[in-house]
Design a protein around this ligand. Sequence first.
Ligand code: SME
Length: 141
Amino acid sequence: MKQKVSDEERHVFLKTIAQCLHDAFPRYDWVGFYFVDPMKKDELVLGPYVGALTGHVRIPFGKGICGQAAVTHKTFVVDDVSKEENYLSCSVNVKSEIVIPLMKHGEFVGEIDIDSHTPHAFSEEDRVFLEHVAQMIATIV
Ligand code: SME
Protein backbone atom coordinates (compact mmCIF):
# COMPACT_ATOMS: atom_id res chain seq x y z
CA MET A 1 0.00 0.00 0.00
CA LYS A 2 1.24 3.48 -0.86
CA GLN A 3 1.78 5.57 2.28
CA LYS A 4 1.43 9.34 2.26
CA VAL A 5 4.52 11.27 3.30
CA SER A 6 3.75 13.81 6.04
CA ASP A 7 4.74 17.47 5.64
CA GLU A 8 7.35 17.05 8.38
CA GLU A 9 8.89 14.00 6.70
CA ARG A 10 8.92 15.83 3.39
CA HIS A 11 10.64 18.84 4.98
CA VAL A 12 13.32 16.68 6.63
CA PHE A 13 13.89 14.73 3.42
CA LEU A 14 14.32 17.87 1.29
CA LYS A 15 16.48 19.64 3.86
CA THR A 16 18.72 16.56 4.05
CA ILE A 17 19.09 16.44 0.26
CA ALA A 18 19.93 20.17 0.21
CA GLN A 19 22.49 19.70 3.00
CA CYS A 20 24.10 16.71 1.24
CA LEU A 21 24.42 18.60 -2.06
CA HIS A 22 25.76 21.68 -0.27
CA ASP A 23 28.34 19.66 1.69
CA ALA A 24 29.42 17.40 -1.19
CA PHE A 25 30.03 20.16 -3.73
CA PRO A 26 32.07 23.14 -2.46
CA ARG A 27 30.81 25.30 -5.34
CA TYR A 28 27.17 24.81 -4.29
CA ASP A 29 26.93 27.71 -1.84
CA TRP A 30 23.14 27.94 -1.60
CA VAL A 31 20.96 24.90 -2.26
CA GLY A 32 17.21 25.04 -1.91
CA PHE A 33 13.78 24.24 -3.24
CA TYR A 34 10.88 26.25 -4.55
CA PHE A 35 7.43 24.73 -4.97
CA VAL A 36 4.34 25.81 -6.85
CA ASP A 37 1.91 27.47 -4.44
CA PRO A 38 -1.09 25.10 -4.56
CA MET A 39 -3.44 28.05 -3.91
CA LYS A 40 -2.10 30.38 -6.61
CA LYS A 41 -0.55 28.04 -9.20
CA ASP A 42 1.46 30.87 -10.78
CA GLU A 43 3.75 31.61 -7.87
CA LEU A 44 6.67 29.73 -6.32
CA VAL A 45 7.08 29.43 -2.57
CA LEU A 46 10.42 28.86 -0.89
CA GLY A 47 10.92 25.40 0.58
CA PRO A 48 13.76 23.94 2.65
CA TYR A 49 17.19 25.36 1.89
CA VAL A 50 20.79 25.49 3.10
CA GLY A 51 22.83 28.69 2.79
CA ALA A 52 22.43 32.40 3.42
CA LEU A 53 19.02 33.80 4.34
CA THR A 54 17.01 34.90 1.33
CA GLY A 55 14.27 37.48 0.99
CA HIS A 56 12.88 35.70 -2.06
CA VAL A 57 10.24 33.70 -0.27
CA ARG A 58 7.69 34.03 -3.10
CA ILE A 59 8.56 34.33 -6.77
CA PRO A 60 5.89 34.89 -9.45
CA PHE A 61 6.19 32.69 -12.57
CA GLY A 62 8.30 34.53 -15.15
CA LYS A 63 10.30 36.54 -12.60
CA GLY A 64 14.01 35.86 -12.14
CA ILE A 65 15.80 32.66 -13.08
CA CYS A 66 13.48 30.59 -10.89
CA GLY A 67 10.34 32.14 -12.33
CA GLN A 68 11.55 31.67 -15.90
CA ALA A 69 12.34 27.97 -15.30
CA ALA A 70 8.81 27.65 -13.89
CA VAL A 71 7.47 28.76 -17.30
CA THR A 72 9.81 26.81 -19.60
CA HIS A 73 10.11 23.64 -17.44
CA LYS A 74 13.74 23.49 -18.60
CA THR A 75 16.97 23.56 -16.63
CA PHE A 76 18.33 27.11 -16.60
CA VAL A 77 22.10 27.53 -16.24
CA VAL A 78 23.47 31.03 -15.70
CA ASP A 79 27.25 31.27 -15.93
CA ASP A 80 27.38 34.95 -14.99
CA VAL A 81 24.38 36.40 -13.15
CA SER A 82 25.57 39.99 -13.79
CA LYS A 83 24.70 39.47 -17.46
CA GLU A 84 21.08 38.42 -16.75
CA GLU A 85 18.43 41.13 -16.96
CA ASN A 86 15.64 39.02 -15.50
CA TYR A 87 17.44 38.01 -12.32
CA LEU A 88 16.56 38.29 -8.63
CA SER A 89 19.70 38.86 -6.59
CA CYS A 90 20.02 37.17 -3.20
CA SER A 91 23.53 38.34 -2.43
CA VAL A 92 26.37 40.17 -4.18
CA ASN A 93 28.49 37.06 -3.59
CA VAL A 94 26.43 34.96 -6.02
CA LYS A 95 28.09 34.71 -9.44
CA SER A 96 26.36 31.79 -11.13
CA GLU A 97 23.17 29.78 -10.71
CA ILE A 98 21.38 26.65 -11.88
CA VAL A 99 17.67 25.90 -11.60
CA ILE A 100 16.36 22.40 -12.29
CA PRO A 101 12.59 21.83 -12.63
CA LEU A 102 10.87 19.07 -10.65
CA MET A 103 8.42 17.34 -12.98
CA LYS A 104 5.94 14.87 -11.48
CA HIS A 105 3.86 12.83 -13.93
CA GLY A 106 4.59 15.48 -16.56
CA GLU A 107 3.47 18.32 -14.30
CA PHE A 108 5.75 21.09 -13.05
CA VAL A 109 5.65 20.97 -9.22
CA GLY A 110 8.75 22.89 -8.17
CA GLU A 111 12.46 23.23 -8.65
CA ILE A 112 15.92 22.89 -7.20
CA ASP A 113 17.80 26.19 -7.09
CA ILE A 114 21.58 26.32 -6.56
CA ASP A 115 23.69 29.48 -6.30
CA SER A 116 27.46 29.62 -6.46
CA HIS A 117 30.00 32.24 -5.46
CA THR A 118 32.13 30.96 -8.35
CA PRO A 119 31.39 32.12 -11.91
CA HIS A 120 30.66 29.32 -14.42
CA ALA A 121 30.26 26.87 -11.54
CA PHE A 122 27.83 24.52 -13.27
CA SER A 123 29.13 22.21 -15.98
CA GLU A 124 27.26 19.83 -18.24
CA GLU A 125 28.12 17.09 -15.71
CA ASP A 126 26.47 19.09 -12.92
CA ARG A 127 23.39 19.57 -15.07
CA VAL A 128 23.03 15.87 -15.91
CA PHE A 129 23.66 14.83 -12.30
CA LEU A 130 21.20 17.37 -10.87
CA GLU A 131 18.51 16.42 -13.38
CA HIS A 132 18.81 12.84 -12.11
CA VAL A 133 18.53 14.07 -8.53
CA ALA A 134 15.47 16.11 -9.51
CA GLN A 135 13.81 13.05 -11.08
CA MET A 136 14.38 11.06 -7.91
CA ILE A 137 13.03 13.84 -5.68
CA ALA A 138 9.97 14.35 -7.88
CA THR A 139 8.91 10.74 -7.33
CA ILE A 140 8.84 11.30 -3.57
CA VAL A 141 7.49 14.84 -3.05
N1 SME B 1 18.33 34.21 -8.01
C1 SME B 1 17.01 33.64 -8.06
C2 SME B 1 16.22 34.02 -6.84
C3 SME B 1 16.23 33.00 -5.77
S1 SME B 1 17.65 32.96 -4.90
O1 SME B 1 18.75 32.59 -5.79
C4 SME B 1 17.60 32.02 -3.60
C5 SME B 1 16.29 34.10 -9.32
O2 SME B 1 16.78 34.94 -10.06
O3 SME B 1 15.20 33.59 -9.55
